[in-house]
Design a protein around this ligand. Sequence first.
Ligand code: TYM
Length: 358
Amino acid sequence: MAIPDPGIAPSGSAGPSGRPRVLSGVQPTGALHLGNWLGAIRNWVDLQDSHDTFFCVVDLHAITVPHEPARLAEDTLSTAALYLACGIDPQRSTVFVQSHVSAHSELCWLLNCVTPLNWLERMIQFKEKALKQGADVSAGLLDYPVLMAADILLYDADRVPVGEDQKQHLELARDIAQQRINARFAPRDGEGEPMPILKVPEPPILREGARVMSLTDGRSKMSKSDPNEGSRIALLDPPELISRKIKRAKTDPQMGLEFGNPERPEADNLLGLYALLAGRSREAATAECAAMGWGTFKPLLAEAAVAALAPLQQRYRELRRDPRYLSEVLQQGRERAGNVAEATLERVRQALGFLPPT
Ligand code: TYM
């Protein structure tokens, strides 16, 4: 199947028809789960109508913790296929693999050299992951948010739709662009006004689903790295497994589901999941489930989860049957992304004073 080029503008903050830009990505580490979908990918879909959208599979981020080389390529393909299965349309969006566009690594290096070390040392996710890894923490793990800043800034992104756990990283990207590049290196125009080099993205806007919690502990985030698979629902889990995980999900001794009771994080999380998966407002979900026991609620939630994931799983299977199509999508994505990224990188190289090659 041929993929028409939507005509991405080579540089500047707006794409074709002056639309604002969006950039986001997911790491190809393990199976993507409901948190990744509800907190991020699902919100990308609607933005395709109003924005010039770039979605990358961030494989360079995936090696900041120990990884299995034999799985990386397959996980990268599977993540890209899931983007499409979730409704990302390659005719309207640029879908690509981060490591295929070398500008990401190069801009990361340039940004490294202006980013204070203590900005990175105070990143919550670094501290949490470093604690888990003990002595084996790589420099890449510390540097992870700078690479993420490079991802965002290369595309002059206006909006970066992410879940709550990435909020601090997005703020860091804003600070690097504003305080460390534009404030220090922006050239002046004829009137002496600074001409910004990098676009500063908008602050994070968090939507419902921005923090999906674990099924086994309503106080911790649903995460790919939790060793207990029962803590998360993977997007490709078969229906029986989804039902089993929900059946075993942690509950509390109280009857009735409710939002906002700090003593009942599991009720809050599972009711929130039900509202999102069944397409109900929070009020409607509360009205429906306020008097329900867990024994009635859980099958209802399982049914909603299975029904919400079925079309996505079907599309995923179809896409994986056509590897040529997926590889064409990624090849075209690489070209489009590469053009935009290279133009931004060149602006930064020039502003930092590098000798151009002859
Ligand atoms: P990653 O791969 O950990 O997660 C991908 C996206 O899923 C969101 N997410 C969640 N949302 C709600 N509840 C949860 N339990 C949950 N778990 C994960 C994340 O917030 C994220 O939006 N550093 C990023 C990837 C990245 C990126 C970027 C994102 C690299 N470069 C540039 C945006 C722009 C990450 O590790 O996401």
